[in-house]
Design a protein around this ligand. Structure first.
Ligand SMILES: Nc1nc2c(ncn2[C@@H]2O[C@H](COP(=O)(O)OP(=O)(O)O)[C@@H](O)[C@H]2O)c(=O)[nH]1
Ligand SMILES: [Mg+2]
Length: 272
């Protein structure tokens, strides 16, 4: 190839990182290819389990699927054990969470995860599992250290997000962006991906922001920002549930979130 053509090609490949504004992509990225753990918290999701298992793609050097059930009133647990028995070709684990809430389930799942890359996938399949390889690529190619799924970018399917959800999400997005000093477009998209090494650092410092996040989303985001991880947004198409209904009570959990924001506010803005 002629040098000039080579230069032109290099020029075409310049990308600017949205956060640092620095050009990225010149040095060949070092690929991570380790084992991937997909933690799937599930409460009252019996009708979604089989699809969650079938639709989660194989990534990296191998993919383990970790179902974490808790406090269901339907037969989610039986669905999990049956689905796993039907698919011995997939590497799966199943556990019942020790406490309450999605955050507790995610923490229990991560505690038994063997992967080098950790993912959270909501069992309601509102974020299509087929999108997970994009998250994997983003982290494997070192594009970011904490890949945060962002809804709202694409047109919503009807009723996919309720009005209050939208308003609440906007509020928390603004509050987080201000608190953490970086743009956080969507705080409550279930899908988050990070390396195990970085997760362990976040977990070790969890108490800093108070230990009362019911979702697990917020303390991961706070922790990632505090560890100065490069948080990268990944736009996802958000779908309606086809089975079951939301497990999260907007009002009660909204107040807990507000408490978290105030706690973090105190930590970050007033006690440097
Ligand atoms: N294990 C477990 N999973 C939960 C719990 N609460 C919610 N989830 C799961 O977490 C994911 C997100 O919850 P969802 O009810 O869809 O909340 P929404 O997306 O905010 O409407 C779903 O896969 C739920 O099944 C819980 O207490 N325990
Ligand atoms: Mg949901």
């Amino acid at each position: 190839m002629q040098p000039l053509a080579g230069q032109a090609l290099a020029f075409l490949h310049i990308r600017h990182d949205p956060f640092s504004g620095l050009p990225t992509g010149f040095s060949p990225p070092q690929k991570k290819t380790g084992l991937v753990s997909v933690v799937i918290p599930a409460r009252n999701e019996a009708g979604n389990i089989e699809n969650a298992l079938l639709r989660t793609p194989e990534m990296g050097a191998g993919t383990e699927i970790i179902f974490v059930e808790g406090n269901s009133t339907d037969n989610t647990w039986e669905s999990i054990t049956e689905a796993i028995a039907r698919h011995p070709e997939r590497r799966c684990k199943a556990l019942r969470q020790p406490g309450k809430g999605k955050g507790d389930a995610v923490r229990a799942g991560f505690a038994v995860a063997e992967g080098d890359i950790l993912m959270i996938l909501d069992a309601d399949l509102t974020m299509p599992p087929e999108t997970l390889p994009q998250f994997f690529e983003a982290i494997a190619s070192n594009h970011g250290e904490f890949i945060n799924g962002v809804r709202l970018v694409y047109p919503q399917e009807k009723e996919a997000m309720r009005f209050f959800n939208l308003v609440g999400n906007k509020f928390f997005s603004l509050a987080f962006s201000w608190l953490l000093g970086r743009p956080i477009k969507d705080t409550l998209c279930g899908t988050k991906v990070l390396s195990r090494a970085n997760y362990l650092k976040i977990a070790a410092n969890r108490a800093y922001f108070g230990d009362f996040d019911p979702f697990g989303d917020f303390d991961l985001l706070f922790g990632a920002a505090r560890q100065n991880l490069k948080i990268v947004d990944l736009p996802v198409r958000y779908r309606e549930r086809t089975y079951g209904e939301t497990n999260i009570s907007r009002w009660r959990d909204g107040f807990i979130l507000l408490r978290m924001v105030l706690f973090a506010l105190n930590r970050i803005k007033f006690k440097p």
